[in-house]
Design a protein around this ligand. Structure first.
Ligand code: PMP
Length: 360
């Protein structure tokens, strides 16, 4: 098989070394005679895997002791409802920052439970920027403030952490978690679907401050109550065991490779390479203001959309896969998560230059 580079937004490329290790351990995990998929989630083997995964994630993100780390199912989309169900705590209104399609989905779901105040929005400029904190109309009585630090479809990223004072800050970090160091203590709750920068689909990570859990809406299903999950070590029911195992391998690999500071440097280098290519030519363009450009998801359009199909076909021939933009955005999108090697971005840039020259 010739080398390919996979630019999918998620499920996305996983580190090759992790896939190789999973292959080697597939039929017999550490002499147990079993595949991880076949193990009881309560047995000593899987308990060890789960504990190590949590410990490594805590170390990578430097998670303070007063935060729970939960390994759940249901995707980030379930968090759109679990967050209001659990975090309202007797309050009736919530603040949301609207920066695009994923924020809007979170807002629509929150409206089922609370009065949503859209405290800032970039809808006025087609979601091409992250509103500055000075322009946020926050309500000090809000139960929490929710934002999307990286809009996966729009390619807009906050490169700063908002300050919401006493009001807990909630972040949907699905597409940029583990891409750089963060100060977890600035957040009340962080959630992320795993299938981009963590591991396989089917696992959802929630990191939540202790004092925010335990007062859910009365109608909250047992499974959707963070307290239930925390009290049972994310094993109230059968957790997504194989996805947790692979996530654990990813965490261990990130530690070996220098942790999140090293990832950030690599991610900056990769994103810079691609944005420089986009900016150097009038054949391609990216609509996002420079200071809010995502390092993870880079949408771009061709000057002439009639060439889109030829662009994608030629990319495929060079082993550059899944570059088609989201159906709501059109154009192209290159997702370059942690597991995308710099060689993949170099190959993409080379192809983009060649294609522009041929067609230009
Ligand atoms: N939030 C963001 C920022 C996303 O990128 C996605 C998935 N693309 C979701 C939420 C939804 O995630 P899931 O499919 O895990 O529900």
């Amino acid at each position: 098989m010739s080398e390919i580079f996979n630019f999918s937004a998620g499920p996305a490329v996983l580190p090759k070394s992790v896939l190789e290790q999973a292959r080697d351990e597939m039929l017999d995990w550490h002499g147990s005679g079993m595949s991880v998929m076949e193990m009881s989630h309560r047995g000593k083997e899987f308990t060890a895997i789960a504990h190590q995964a949590e410990a490594d994630l805590r170390e990578l993100l430097n998670v303070p002791a007063n935060y729970k780390v939960l390994f759940l199912q249901g995707g980030a989309s379930s968090q759109f409802s679990m967050v209001p169900m659990n975090l309202l705590r007797g309050r009736t209104s919530v603040d949301y920052i609207n920066t695009g399609i994923w924020s809007e989905k979170a807002i629509d779901e929150a409206r089922r439970y609370a009065t949503v105040n859209v405290a800032a929005s970039s809808a006025d400029k087609n979601f091409s920027y992250a509103p500055a904190q000075a322009d946020w109309q926050l309500d000090k009585n809000a139960a929490y403030v929710h934002y999307t630090p990286n809009e996966t479809i729009g390619g807009v990223e906050f490169h700063w952490t908002p300050d919401t004072g006493e009001v807990p800050l909630v972040a949907d970090m699905s597409s940029n978690i583990l891409s750089k160091p963060i100060d977890v203590s600035r957040f009340g709750l962080i959630y992320a679907g795993a299938q981009k920068n963590i591991g396989p689909a089917g696992l959802t990570i929630v990191i939540v401050r202790d004092d925010l859990i335990g007062k859910p809406l009365a109608t909250t299903p047992t499974m959707f109550n963070y307290l239930t999950q925390a009290e049972h070590g994310s094993m109230y029911n059968t957790p997504p065991t194989y996805a947790m195992y692979i996530a654990g391998l990813v965490f261990a690999m990130l530690k070996r490779e220098g942790g999140l500071a090293a990832m950030e440097q690599r991610n900056i280098a990769k994103a810079t390479l691609l944005y420089d290519c986009l900016d150097a030519s009038d054949f391609y363009s990216n609509p996002v203001v420079h200071e809010n450009r995502s390092r993870m998801n880079i949408p771009f359009t061709l000057r002439d959309p009639a060439l889109d199909e030829a662009f994608l076909k030629g990319a495929q021939q060079r082993g550059l896969l899944q570059l088609k933009g989201h159906k709501l955005a059109g154009g192209m999108r290159a997702s370059i998560y942690n597991a995308m090697p710099i060689a993949g971005v170099q190959a993409l840039v080379q192809y983009m230059q060649d294609f522009a020259q041929q067609q230009g």
